[in-house]
Ligand binder design. Structure first.
Ligand code: GLV
Ligand code: MN
Ligand code: MN
Length: 401
């Protein structure tokens, strides 16, 4: 399995910050497009048929056998400064598993596909799993076309401007039943993102419900020195309350709530901001828990905003309800793997979105640091190989012989 290490190493330099070691593979950026070119190259080297769907997702098909395909894979794009494994591990492991099966002389009874889904993190256009949401009809194409990045470039503009491996026609994005109909099931291998797995490989139970909300605070710009405290309409004040309310509400309701991104306008040290925009990520074991957490945050921040004479708005941007992965597929995988732990996850995945359209499942590979979305995210080479072996076993079972 030296082949896994070589394959992994060949992808590793793309988009890596040499100082922090974090990855910047933002959807339709130059590094992410290089990852797609890497995908096409690896697929063609193996005589796989490369297909770009109309939504920015890439597929490599081992066209063998008949009927619906068994699909595996994950995503290349990262959060800003993310780890190497979240996403790419599932794609590299898929190629390595296919190599392993072929080296054993295996011929599948059903086609096997490898997918690279677009904008899974939502780091550029704000909506996570955008590629799989479009494919499965979970987002209105009209809404997707006008999603804008931090520079104001819309999704439609970004994908149309690209003439390379990410190019697509923004007027033709949306649900693709013909493609979905060719897929029998999807199994995504992923690095485990918490501290829940203490053996090399596990299987996903459910994905916690999770969503994103935008917080807008409109105040009045003014001078940091000459404006008396009682005359201010400072949007940073209720914003500060929001950060604390998120933490306290999450603690009270048994949820997770995070504000990890904020823009201040105009952003001067000696200027009282006129406007603050921030984003809340909230998740919990059940929909009711998430709803109650967000409701409490809204109420507390509204009071703080009124006190400071600031206008406050909370706008939902995306929500993914609880996903319980297909029980029959999970049972079959557990039988093929001979008893590995089943664990829930608080992270979102394309497999969770596609679960609305077809049977999906996930394999998790141990993360000894327990850190994710940061450079410390890690998987040992030994565990990577255990993941490849597990994925090969699952594909062999699902695709038949
Ligand atoms: C993706 O990793 C997410 O859970 O936000
Ligand atoms: Mn992620
Ligand atoms: Mn991921």
């Amino acid at each position: 399995m030296a082949a896994f290490a070589a394959l992994w190493e060949s992808l590793l330099p793309i988009g890596r910050d040499p100082v922090t070691g974090g990855y910047h593979r933002i959807a339709w950026s130059e590094p992410e497009l290089r990852c797609r070119a890497w995908f096409t190259h690896e697929a063609e080297r193996r005589d796989l048929t490369v297909e770009r769907d109309g939504n920015g997702n890439l597929f490599a098909w081992w066209v063998e056998g008949r009927g619906q395909a068994v699909l595996t894979g994950s995503h290349f794009d990262s959060v800003p400064g993310g780890g190497a494994f979240d996403g790419p591990l599932g794609i590299v492991s898929a190629f390595a598993a296919l190599d392993l099966l072929r080296a054993e002389g295996y011929r599948p009874a059903h086609p096997i596909g490898i997918a690279a889904f677009a904008e899974e993190e939502g780091s550029r256009f704000g909506i996570s799993c955008l590629g799989s949401r479009l494919l499965s009809g979970e987002i209105d194409p009209d809404r997707a076309r006008v999603l804008a990045d931090a520079e104001g470039v819309t999704f439609a503009e970004a994908v149309t401007a690209d003439l390379g491996p990410g190019a697509l026609d923004a007027f033709r994005i949306g649900r693709d039943d013909a493609l979905l109909g060719r897929i029998g099931c999807f199994v995504e291998l992923h690095v485990e993102q918490g501290r829940a797995l203490d053996v090399p490989v596990g299987v996903a139970g459910a994905i916690w419900p999770h969503g994103r909300w935008r917080l807008d605070f409109a105040g009045r710009g003014d001078h940091a020195g000459s404006t008396r405290l009682e005359d201010r309409h400072d949007p940073m004040q209720p914003f500060g309350h929001a950060v604390i309310a998120a933490r306290e509400a999450a603690e009270r309701h048994g949820a997770r709530a995070t504000i990890g991104r904020v823009n201040t306008v105009p952003g001067g040290t000696n200027v009282i901001a006129s406007h603050v925009t921030a984003w809340l990520d909230a998740r919990g074991p059940g929909d009711e828990v998430v709803r109650a957490t967000v409701a409490e945050i809204r109420e507390r921040v509204s009071l703080a905003a009124a006190f400071h004479g600031v206008e406050f708005g909370l706008t939902p941007e995306s929500y993914t309800p609880l996903v319980d992965f297909d029980p029959d597929l999970r049972k079959r995988m557990l039988a093929a793997l001979g008893g590995v732990p089943v664990l829930p996850t608080a992270a979102g995945h394309d497999a969770g979105i596609l679960a609305a359209r077809l049977p999906t499942a996930m394999l998790f590979v141990r993360n000894p640091t327990g850190v994710s979305h940061a450079p410390e995210e890690h998987v040992t080479e030994e565990d990577c190989m255990a993941g490849v072996a597990a994925l090969a076993a699952v594909l062999r079972d699902l695709a038949g012989a």
